[in-house]
Design a protein around this ligand. Structure first.
Ligand SMILES: Cc1cc2nc3c(=O)[nH]c(=O)nc-3n(C[C@H](O)[C@H](O)[C@H](O)COP(=O)(O)OP(=O)(O)OC[C@H]3O[C@@H](n4cnc5c(N)ncnc54)[C@H](O)[C@@H]3O)c2cc1C
Length: 337
């Protein structure tokens, strides 16, 4: 029997289609009471920035299934935010996947991000399909779409997915996910805006108009390069690595460099007409708030939420180009490939 998430909950595809550019934040489910406190502090601090939606990740191997659904449901119930629940096919039978989808519907979550996921433990290890499970995200998209009135997002990879035979085949498989019913996509983190723009243009050239939201991760210290950038496989600008290393003992200076670089990327992407920016917050709020401040985004979001304004931000390229202190500083403007 199809599941019926409440149609009172806005679908991300409708928010994206209403014009303007979307702004969203990604959180991770907490493992401890202290992490839970930090997460809720961040959510409450970022809520006034009026994001279009917020998303909650799903642990490798389905390890955070219950926590992800619980946090996502609590966001739906206790905040003004529209949550998107991630979930993956790893270690799940189709029956279990149906159960996860049903759990989302039960807690009022209509928007989900359908992912294949990586093998738990070693993300680069061999992908093993559950004997009664699914192999690729496209199948998961079909399963969710057949389950009810869900709005489904998928992952996109500006530099191509690490396991794909070629960038070209990766784009073909991405388009298959869209043909399976995906309504929107969010990219893996990246540091060269041109990589994102190439992906967007190549996908559009093949006749696919699914909006691809750009995933933004401000890198504010050297450890993040090792822990996050290397894990994701994303190319990292050597000049930015050098700049961060030069200030390796000065936390404030490193933060400023990382935030300004990310803000410069956002400025360029907004000017290029990106449908949205998705900030990987790592459950903190500071870097995202600083980028908002540098680009004057908070004022624009408030303006867009004023009566009579579009649901999403209508940042114009002219407006973005006027953002204070980003490209004018020169040293922190994003480098192109
Ligand atoms: C925005 C975002 C959020 C994420 N959130 C999470 C999360 O919450 N939890 C988590 O565990 N992981 C998460 N991930 C990571 C993601 O699960 C991994 O990157 C995973 O390896 C790829 O997932 P996918 O959904 O893109 O897989 P798929 O689209 O299935 O692609 C996987 C690989 O198979 C290839 N492929 C696809 N279809 C076919 C086919 N028919 N035949 C042959 N090859 C094919 C693709 O080119 C690619 O190389 C996220 C990634 C992104 C970008």
């Amino acid at each position: 029997m199809p599941l019926l998430p409440s149609d009172a909950v806005p679908a991300i595809k409708d928010l994206l289609a209403s014009g303007g550019q979307s702004f969203s934040f990604e959180f991770m489910p907490p493992k401890t009471a202290a992490e839970e406190q930090r997460l809720w502090l961040s959510i409450r601090q970022l809520e006034p920035l009026l994001p279009t939606f917020v998303s909650v990740t799903y642990g490798a191997g389905g390890s955070t299934r219950d926590r992800t659904v619980r946090v996502t449901g609590r966001i739906a119930e206790e905040t003004t935010l529209t949550p998107v629940g991630h979930f993956t096919a790893v270690n799940h039978s189709v029956a279990e996947l149906r159960h996860v989808i049903g759990s989302y519907a039960a807690v009022g979550v209509r928007n989900v991000l359908a992912l294949r996921g990586d093998p738990p433990g070693d993300p680069g290890g061999e992908w093993v399909q559950h004997p009664r499970g699914l192999r690729y995200a496209a199948e998961l998209v079909r399963l969710v779409k057949a389950s009810g009135d869900f709005c489904v997002g998928v992952a996109a990879f500006p530099e191509g997915h690490a396991r794909s035979a070629s960038r070209d085949s990766d784009i073909s498989y991405f388009i298959q996910k869209c043909q399976a019913g995906a309504d929107f996509a969010i990219t893996q983190l990246f540091f060269y805006p041109d990589d994102y723009l190439r992906l967007r243009d190549d996908v559009a050239a093949r006749g696919c108009d699914v909006p691809i939201i750009a995933g933004i991760m401000p890198i504010t210290n050297l450890a993040m390069i090792k822990n996050i950038v290397l894990l994701s496989g994303a190319r990292f600008p050597p000049q930015l690595a050098d700049q961060l290393a030069e200030h390796g003992t000065d936390k404030a200076a490193m933060r400023k460099i990382g935030v300004e670089y990310a803000a410069g990327m956002c400025e360029r992407l907004l000017a290029e007409g990106v449908p949205g920016l998705h900030f990987y917050t790592l459950n903190g709020s500071r870097a995202t708030k600083e980028i908002y401040q540098l680009l004057g985004l908070a004022d624009r979001r408030r303006h867009d939420h004023a009566p009579g304004a579009d649901a999403l931000s209508s940042v114009s390229s002219a407006g973005a180009a006027q953002a204070p202190g980003i490209s004018r500083s020169g040293s922190t403007a994003p480098m192109t490939a």
